[in-house]
Write a protein that binds this ligand. Structure first.
Ligand code: FAD
Length: 398
């Protein structure tokens, strides 16, 4: 059994994030779908609360938060922004900030974190390419060592926060092959500034979470200094999975909160909407579904926090990487499906209004749908759990 009693400090953080998010984010959330950006005052407000890259050490401007506390912030942002734009903007920087904090060089962290934590720059993750999503080894971006640094060339696709980093400043943690023949053992991870003149962005027209951009960029012989390399060369494939795990745990917490919020919206609606002489909420076709979704969201929240706790326990040497990987994958496996199913029914209950862009549950549905792919397709989560149960000899492919 896991004890989910949060500390007094964690409850205070929850309260301050909730107050801020309800006052500053919820009222402008749907507007972000039209303006396609997060208002600057919201970003600055998040920075003042210490939410941006909150996993970075305090000496670099972060808040040095653990994974469970970070998950609490994710829940509150997930509840407050039905479009999912701000939760994504935040979670990418929190989880990849965690990885950068762990493997980045002192020089790079001092240079980059203060600008990210203050909301001036964006820190993203760019692994995906047209032939390399689930199969990271399919990456064809190359990194070559030269006398005074490294030269990178290739192309990344479906990357969150490209416009934010390209226009405002910042960059993405990126992975490339340094030695193609060595496969996953020849991949290096590094920080790539998106403001470099060798970067040419393109943008996707997504179905949801439109307040944050998603797109790709070509990398034409971009030179990076040696201190932008994370950890050791050729070990990037292993580092990248730690970042994914962190992000997936946060996604599970965000989906649980977004789905729960949609159900609360639905409850308000079915308790007052009358038809055929009674309340919509009295029909078992409706309230049985509510009961099932509510139970799933409760399970999802518990699984998310058990998984996030495992990250913290692992840091303290009390859990193994494998235990964490399994718990994280179990939590993310159904996160998108379950939250989508809840929001989908809440949309259905609201009749034709549910199909409009004014319906917040419609935005929630579109936002949580993205997590069936983002930070790892749900099928990959099943692969990880099966691998941990049966052993790596039972993985059908490498
Ligand atoms: C909104 C959004 C934002 C994103 N942001 C980022 C980002 O910031 N940075 C980044 O690097 N990437 C990002 N991604 C990309 C995301 O990580 C990939 O979509 C994901 O890893 C899947 O890769 P893919 O899209 O290439 O699909 P593929 O790998 O081509 O897979 C296609 C489909 O095949 C199925 N599949 C895959 N493997 C298996 C299997 N073993 N068994 C059965 N079925 C399988 C899955 O259903 C999968 O959806 C984002 C994606 C979305 C949708």
């Amino acid at each position: 059994m896991v004890d989910f009693t949060f500390t007094e400090e964690q409850e205070m953080i929850r309260e301050s994030v909730r107050d801020f998010a309800q006052a500053k984010i919820t009222p402008i959330a749907l507007e972000m779908e039209k303006t396609k950006k997060i208002p600057l005052d919201v970003i600055k407000g998040m920075a003042e609360l210490g939410l941006l890259a909150c996993t970075a050490d305090e000496k670099y401007g972060g808040a040095g938060l653990d994974a469970v506390t970070t998950g609490i912030i994710g829940e509150e942002l997930g509840r407050a922004d039905p479009t999912g734009s701000i939760p994504v903007f935040w979670l990418v920087q929190a989880s990849w900030g965690y990885l950068f904090n762990k493997y980045g060089t002192e020089q790079a962290k001092k240079e980059i974190f203060p600008k990210v934590c203050s909301g001036e720059w964006f820190l993203g993750i760019a692994t995906t390419e047209s032939d390399a999503g689930s199969d990271v080894n399919g990456t064809r971006t190359m990194i070559k060592k030269v006398d005074d640094g490294f030269i990178v060339s290739g192309e990344k696709m479906y990357i969150s926060g490209v416009r934010e980093a390209h226009t405002n400043g910042g960059g993405h943690l990126t992975i490339a092959h340094q030695d193609l023949e060595k496969g996953t053992r020849g991949m290096t991870m590094f920080y790539l500034p998106l403001t470099d003149k060798g970067i040419t962005p393109t943008y996707a027209d997504d179905m949801g979470r439109e307040g944050i951009s998603c797109g790709g960029f070509s990398i034409d012989d971009v030179k990076i200094p040696p201190h932008y390399i994370l950890g050791e060369e050729n070990k990037g494939f292993y580092y990248v999975h730690e970042g994914y795990e962190y992000a997936r745990g946060l996604i599970a917490a965000i989906c649980a909160a977004a789905g729960q919020k949609s159900l609360e919206n639905g409850m308000d609606y079915i308790k007052q909407r009358k038809m055929f002489g009674t309340y919509l909420g009295k029909f078992e076709e409706v309230n049985f579904r509510l009961a099932e979704h509510y139970t799933r969201m409760h399970m999802l929240k518990n699984m998310a926090f058990e998984a996030l706790l495992s990250i913290d326990l692992e840091q303290a040497g009390k859990a193994t990487r494998f235990e964490t990987a399994k718990k994280i994958a179990m939590a993310k496996m159904f996160a998108s499906d379950w939250a989508c199913a809840a929001a989908n029914d809440v949309m259905q209950w609201q009749g034709a209004f549910g199909y409009t862009h004014e319906c917040v549950d419609n935005a929630i549905y579109r936002a949580v749908r993205s997590f069936a792919w983002a930070e790892g397709a749900k099928e990959i989560m099943k692969m990880i759990v099966a691998r941990e149960l049966l052993g790596k000899d039972f993985v059908a492919y490498k």
